[in-house]
Ligand binder design. Structure first.
Ligand code: 4NP
Length: 157
């Protein structure tokens, strides 16, 4: 089983969206029993909460239901559990580096490094932008999800 966790700041906007989009792609490709998907936040303010209603609505318009996801804080232990720890931006990558045992740093990367055609490294935080910000998050995540799955298939299967 290959295990993947997406990490943003609050775990209520970007990373649950990535979890939902990537899980849907994995299931569509018939790989649901071979790839496990989760998400977490480097901050704990929203722990236990469902994704932001704006993120849920935007995802639902693309056929993806995020309603069962609950926010949790990223932990040091995640670097033993997950093969891929994918930060949504450079700020969260830096926070994760502090949490990560040096020998496990190979598990850590930026999500958008799997979408070089996007021409950017950060998935912008939509929390204070709203509307179009959530559509932009979905577009970037959909591109990176395809790149990430192609990488996993080539590397492990
Ligand atoms: P996320 O967005 O990191 O994509 O889940 C945010 C959600 C909440 C906050 C910041 C970003 N906040 O400051 O509460």
């Amino acid at each position: 089983m290959i295990k993947v966790v997406f990490v943003c700041l609050g775990n209520i906007c970007r990373s649950p969206t990535a979890e939902g989009v990537f899980r849907a792609l994995v299931e569509r490709e018939g790989l649901g029993k071979r790839i496990a998907v989760d998400s977490a936040g480097t901050g704990a303010w929203h722990a236990g909460e469902a994704p932001d209603p704006r993120a849920q609505k935007a995802a639902l318009r693309r056929g993806i239901d995020l309603s069962n996801i609950r926010a949790r804080k990223a932990m040091k232990q995640d670097f033993n559990t997950f093969d891929y720890v994918l930060a949504m931006d450079l700020e969260n990558l830096a926070a994760l580096k502090k949490l990560c045992p040096p020998c496990e740093e190979h598990r850590l990367s930026l999500l958008l490094d799997y979408a070089p055609e996007a021409g950017r490294r950060d998935v912008p935080d939509p929390y204070y932008i709203g509307g179009q910000g959530f559509e932009n998050v979905l577009d970037l995540i959909e591109a990176a999800a395809r790149g990430l799955l192609a990488h996993i298939q080539k590397t492990h299967f």
